[in-house]
Design a protein around this ligand. Structure first.
Ligand code: MLT
Length: 237
């Protein structure tokens, strides 16, 4: 089985079908890392939406208080309860809660995968466990990087490489490139990322701790899934 890898949703060919596939969505900096962290810390579920207005409407319609989170330009949206830093999603902040999340690239990439049979939420922190879950799915696999503003983003491709290395699967050309990059930089990928736009933006905003946290490889077995409009753990209703 050859694993397909796309650098951002806009790179998916128009005639490509997600039907019957297991799609792993990756937005390492930082949306899928936030989701993984929130669910590992006991959040009930996360409702990902593309637009701020949709998030506000979901909050207004919710029967219970929800935690509104997300960013634009990597900064917390005005009036929201939380931004898009995984360090905000502590157990105290999220246990038992429903989160509504909108981010510039990550939540949109999840929605772009919605035709797939299974949608796994991957990041660097759960790379090994995601690889295992993707193999167990027994379906053809697509790795969908969120990218940044419709362009390639290196941290997502590095995580794709980490997952491919753990899967031991055949890969397309981008996947092979990702795996080589990962093998060359896996002991310390941060110096490489310092050359990249999104990492530089986060560091300029004082969020270097986020970058360090997001780039820790395979430190959790939590692999959320997107189904029925929500990101949740397999056992969560
Ligand atoms: C996104 O979804 O665009 C990112 O998670 C942006 C960010 O780092 O806040």
């Amino acid at each position: 089985m050859v694993v397909d890898t796309f650098a951002f949703p806009g790179a998916i060919p128009v005639d490509y079908s997600m039907a019957g596939r297991c799609c792993v969505v990756l937005d390492v900096l930082r949306a899928t890392t936030c989701m993984t962290t929130a669910l590992a810390h006991g959040a009930q579920r996360i409702l990902p939406v593309a637009e701020v207005e949709e998030a506000l409407a979901l909050r207004a319609a919710a029967e219970e208080p929800v935690l509104l989170c997300g960013e634009r330009g990597a900064v917390r949206i005005s009036g929201f309860d939380a931004g898009n830093s995984p360090l905000e999603f502590t157990e105290e902040a999220v246990r038992g809660r429903t989160l509504v999340m909108t981010t510039t690239n990550g939540t949109r990439a999840i929605l772009a995968a919605s035709g797939a049979a299974r949608i796994l939420i991957g990041c660097m922190r759960n790379a090994q466990a995601t690889a295992q879950r993707a193999l167990e799915a027994g379906l053809p696999v697509t790795l969908l990087c969120a990218g940044t503003a419709g362009r390639y983003s290196m941290e997502d491709v590095l995580a794709a490489g980490a997952i491919l290395a753990a899967m031991g699967a055949e890969a397309d050309d981008l996947g092979q490139t990702a795996r080589i990059l990962w093998e060359q930089h896996k002991t310390d990928p941060i110096p490489l990322l310092r050359h990249t736009r999104h990492t530089q933006r986060l560091i300029a905003l004082g969020m270097e701790d986020d970058v360090q946290f997001c780039m820790e490889p395979s430190v959790t077995d939590t692999v959320p899934e997107y189904r029925d409009g929500a990101v949740k753990l397999p056992g969560n209703p």
